[in-house]
Design a protein around this ligand. Structure first.
Ligand SMILES: CC(C)(COP(=O)(O)OP(=O)(O)OC[C@H]1O[C@@H](n2cnc3c(N)ncnc32)[C@H](O)[C@@H]1OP(=O)(O)O)[C@@H](O)C(=O)NCCC(=O)NCCS
Length: 174
């Protein structure tokens, strides 16, 4: 379902529109969205992002441009969730604090990661599969584990991969 209040930019690709749940959100141009994705009210997804299947983007999440979200990524917006108030009445939107989370441009979040509320993930950061992110992640950091810890720097990793690829090409030629 794509609710009538959803604002989609130009060229947004939703592979199976009948298998997503989007309401009250905004999706930037060129972004691709896989099946079984839910995007709640007030979420903003930037341009040219990829949101893979089964991911849940709750209210309070703000995703900048060029962000990759893997499969089954879970965002959290309520640190102390409860179904009911102390007097037993069902909680409504005014009875809890919605935490805000920002994913900065070009960041990538691995499959099955959980991103706690109130977190900022830096530009080009890379979150490992299955990580539980409990703190802000600096730009370019590679983090993984539960709770997520810094494993390395994405620029260093890319430099190593580039040099390995060049070595392979040189040996193939010689
Ligand atoms: C986190 C990640 C980027 C690390 O890659 P890397 O820098 O090449 O790291 P390595 O594979 O060299 O592993 C380094 C160490 O981290 C550990 N590690 C790697 N990925 C991990 C993860 N997701 N969670 C926990 N530990 C992890 C390794 O076991 C290794 O530990 P060791 O030094 O004790 O042996 C990568 O493993 C990952 O999870 N990528 C996300 C993939 C993904 O979800 N893609 C989505 C679409 S398919």
């Amino acid at each position: 379902m794509i609710a009538s209040d959803v604002r989609l930019g130009e060229g947004v690709l939703i592979h199976q529109p009948d298998l997503v749940n989007l309401y009250g959100c905004e999706v930037g141009s060129g972004t691709r969205i896989g099946p079984f994705v839910e995007i709640q009210s007030d979420v903003r997804v930037g341009a040219n992002c990829k949101i893979s299947s089964h991911s849940f983007l709750c209210s309070g999440v703000f995703i900048e441009d060029f962000v990759f979200i893997g499969h089954g990524v879970m965002f959290i917006n309520d640190a102390y969730p409860s179904a009911v108030n102390p007097d037993g009445t069902l909680q409504s939107g005014n009875d809890w604090v919605c935490l805000s989370t920002r994913i900065r441009r070009n960041a990538s979040i691995g499959s099955n990661a959980t991103i706690l509320g109130g977190i900022s993930i830096g530009e080009y950061a890379l979150i490992g599969a299955g990580a539980v992110v409990t703190q802000d992640v600096p730009d370019y950091a590679i983090v993984a584990g539960v709770p997520a810890k810094i494993l390395g720097d994405r620029r260093a990793k890319q430099a190593i991969r580039k040099s390995a690829a060049q070595t392979a090409t040189t040996s193939a030629i010689s």
